[in-house]
Design a protein around this ligand. Structure first.
Ligand code: FO1
Length: 445
């Protein structure tokens, strides 16, 4: 078998029958290094065609033109790469629960393979498809090095509890990817996607404009190569300095699946960049997989209710504490707070679709301190993160917001107003770590 069976999970009890195989691409939008696509290709074998479909949902929550623009550029590349291997690509618009079963009937498909995704919305799509299909629906975890369902059967408390579980299995799963074989069986002929017409007809929120990050698998691989060569050696030391530009800047590519985290892990593991390598693998594998673990096992991952009980209790006890400032979502969104440092972080995100990881923590914690309630703070932070970050709408975003506002994967600290025992951060702390004035100068105004 090409794909480790532990990556594969059946989502319904219907049989896999002889016929074409449909790969419903969703989280892993790439041709290379894609375990789901490889599994689908293997199931199709020599006798049956493999067809790849992407179901475009124009009202994906929180997404704007910025995100669709990036995603569609990457998908156009996927279509071209698949065509070179004789594999048809079909883009359909609408509700996956309707679109996928209809396509299965049209093709007479004998089985469907899709990407593992722990988000509630995606699990809902998969449930609807699983119920409607007369044939097998299989999920493949191509996003995690160690498949999320293998790491742990329950929600883990913190990085320290998931880390040994991942490290134990890491070597078994960190393998090189096989190449995707060209298609031998005659495939149903498909007209190529008219990307221009699709973009012109896209009815999405255009108020958030595209950014100039180049999308697609080639660009993602180049970004990885540049990071490993130029910055991995200083990553451990400089990653927390928002002025240093030492981070990987791969998160948007990971979010849209334009590169496999496993490809980045293979590159880092082979780099021989000691400390940088270890620090990067911790973020890339342990922290990323901790986010998938949380979303998979906590159905409240997108609300404050997903926070640990101790944090909900302490936040509630400090609900009535006077706030030093209190802003509406619109004031936060427009970067109209009293703090030039906070406004600079908001501006960086609005303009570039990216905010440095260290600033994300400070940014979210101040939203808690300056909102009228923890619930409102959570809703504001998540909405702004999803609207502006290119990598928003991701398990990492949900976990990042809950970590900052509500102690997820953290422990209680010294009690303070508003925060209770949730870890506090202030501008003075930032100034100790990096040149905040330089950051303000760059992103202020
Ligand atoms: N996945 C899809 O299968 N179809 C879509 O139309 C789609 C739109 C979309 C827009 C913005 C965005 O950030 C993600 C989007 N995704 C879409 C999902 C994405 O691929 C990820 O699977 C999840 O957001 C993270 O797990």
């Amino acid at each position: 078998m090409l794909v480790n069976p532990a990556r594969i999970h059946r989502l319904n009890a219907a049989p896999h029958v002889p016929g074409p195989i449909l790969y419903w691409m969703s989280r892993d939008q790439r041709t290379a290094d894609n375990w789901g696509l490889l599994h689908a290709r293997e199931l199709a074998g020599r006798d049956h065609p493999l067809v790849v479909c992407f179901c475009l949902v124009p009202d994906y929550p929180g997404a704007t033109l910025r995100h669709y623009d990036f995603m569609l550029s990457g998908l156009a590349r996927v279509e071209a790469d698949l065509a070179a291997l004789g594999i048809p690509f079909i883009l359909r618009r609408g509700d996956p629960g309707v679109v996928i079963p209809r396509l299965v009937a049209e093709l007479g498909a004998g089985g469907v393979v899709t990407d593992f995704d722990p988000l509630r919305i995606k699990q809902g799509w998969q449930r609807a498809v699983a119920l409607a299909l007369p044939v097998a629906l299989m999920e493949v975890d191509g996003h995690n090095v160690v498949p999320a369902r293998q790491v742990s059967p329950k929600q883990e408390y913190a990085a320290r509890t998931i880390r040994p579980k991942i490290h134990r299995l890491f070597g078994e799963y960190l393998e090189e990817f096989p190449a995707l074989e060209p298609q031998a069986a005659a495939a149903p002929s498909q007209p190529p996607t008219d990307w221009e017409a699709l973009r012109a007809g896209l009815d999405v929120d255009a108020a958030v404009s595209p950014v100039d990050l180049v999308a697609g698998e080639d660009a993602a691989r180049e970004a990885l190569a540049r990071f490993v060569t130029d910055r991995l050696a200083v990553y451990a030391e400089r990653r927390n300095d928002p002025n240093a530009g030492a981070t990987s800047r791969l998160s948007a590519y990971f979010h849209f699946g334009q590169i496999a985290p496993q490809r980045a892990a293979l590159a880092a593991a082979a780099s021989g960049r000691g400390e940088g390598q270890a620090a990067f693998l911790e973020e890339l594998v342990v922290r990323r997989e901790l986010s998938d673990n949380f979303c998979l096992h906590n159905p409240h991952h997108d609300t404050l209710a997903g926070a640990p009980v101790w944090a909900l209790k302490t936040l509630d006890e400090h609900r009535a504490d006077p706030r030093p400032y209190c802003y509406s979502r619109e004031e936060f969104e427009g970067a109209r707070t009293h703090s030039p440092l906070w406004n600079a972080a908001q501006n960086e995100m609005r303009r570039t679709g990216f905010m440095h990881g260290y600033m994300r923590m400070y940014w979210a914690k101040k939203i808690l301190e300056w909102s009228s309630s923890p619930e409102e703070a959570h809703a504001t932070a998540l909405a702004l993160n999803d609207r502006y970050q290119l990598d928003g709408r991701d398990p990492n975003g949900h976990v990042g917001v809950l970590w900052s506002l509500a102690g997820l994967h953290d422990r209680p600290w010294k009690t303070r107003p508003v925060f209770g025992s949730v870890r506090y951060m202030n501008e003075r702390g930032c100034r100790r770590k990096f040149d905040a004035d330089r950051y303000i100068e760059r992103w202020g105004g």
